[in-house]
Design a protein around this ligand. Structure first.
Ligand SMILES: [Zn+2]
Length: 248
């Protein structure tokens, strides 16, 4: 079972790359077939095999030798890992569908935000509708926590965006609205906290190593992705740990 999930989710990861790369440019996600961005050569079926083709080709196009971004095999692998371990965290329950949907959204956003610093509206809208439908069948307890979560996520991020005068993009604000549907209000705030923590650590280390310059715009999306995943899978443990810290 796990092997089947791993294989299918590798292919899905490859599709999420295509969606994340094409939707912000307003291109179709079905046509044309994947091609090299430099020499325009259409990729053969063999070259579309996730991860494996990247390794075999040494990370370069076989036509023109242009370097292929390691982002693509990274997304394919991460998708496969998260899809495959999800049943271990949420069980073989209806929540599994929600967790897979969440991973799908996060992987697409990761690609778009790293490549274009954009979190595309059509993607957010599509997943918002999907999450509303899923939370009707797999509600949080209480059920209205989804609605409060969406409202809290959207408004808190909007406040930060206004206060920071563009330090936080509109895409991040809408994304947190959508994440609120899945997480409920407490976990949404926790996700914001953990994402900011990751972003700060990444920024400090990056500056110390001289890789990031102060004031340089930096996509916040990848930190939201890892912050959200942390909270979705480990939120319960984090809150318990924190309560023990306060009371003892
Ligand atoms: Zn090429």
């Amino acid at each position: 079972m796990y092997v089947i999930i791993a294989v299918y989710s590798l292919l899905l990861g490859s599709f999420f790359n295509v969606v994340g790369l094409r939707v912000p440019k307003g291109e179709s996600i079905i046509k044309p077939r994947s091609h090299c961005p430099r020499c325009q050569r259409t990729l053969t079926a063999w070259e579309l095999i996730p991860v494996v083709s990247y390794i075999v080709q040494g990370g370069a196009c076989r036509g023109c030798g242009v370097r292929i971004s390691p982002l693509y095999p990274f997304i394919e692998l991460l998708t496969a890992i998260l899809f495959t371990i999800s049943p271990l965290w949420v069980g073989w329950s209806k929540e599994l569908i929600v967790s897979w949907t969440l991973v799908s959204l996060l992987m697409i956003i990761f690609v778009s935000d790293v490549r274009y610093m954009i979190i595309p509206d059509p993607v957010l809208l599509f997943f918002a509708v999907l999450f509303i439908i899923e939370r009707l069948f797999v509600p949080l307890s209480p059920w209205w926590d989804s609605l409060v979560g969406a409202a809290v996520g959207f408004s808190v991020l909007l406040l930060i965006a206004v206060a920071s005068k563009g330090g936080m993009g509109g895409g991040d604000v809408k994304l947190f609205g959508v994440l609120g549907l899945v997480l409920g209000w407490k976990y949404t705030l926790l996700a914001l906290f953990v994402s900011t923590f990751y972003g700060t650590v990444f920024g400090v280390i990056g500056m110390a190593l001289g890789k990031i310059r102060r004031g340089e715009p930096m996509p916040f999306g990848p930190h939201i992705v890892f912050g959200t995943l942390t909270v979705y899978y480990f939120g319960h443990a984090i809150i318990e740990w924190y309560q023990q810290l306060i009371f003892f």
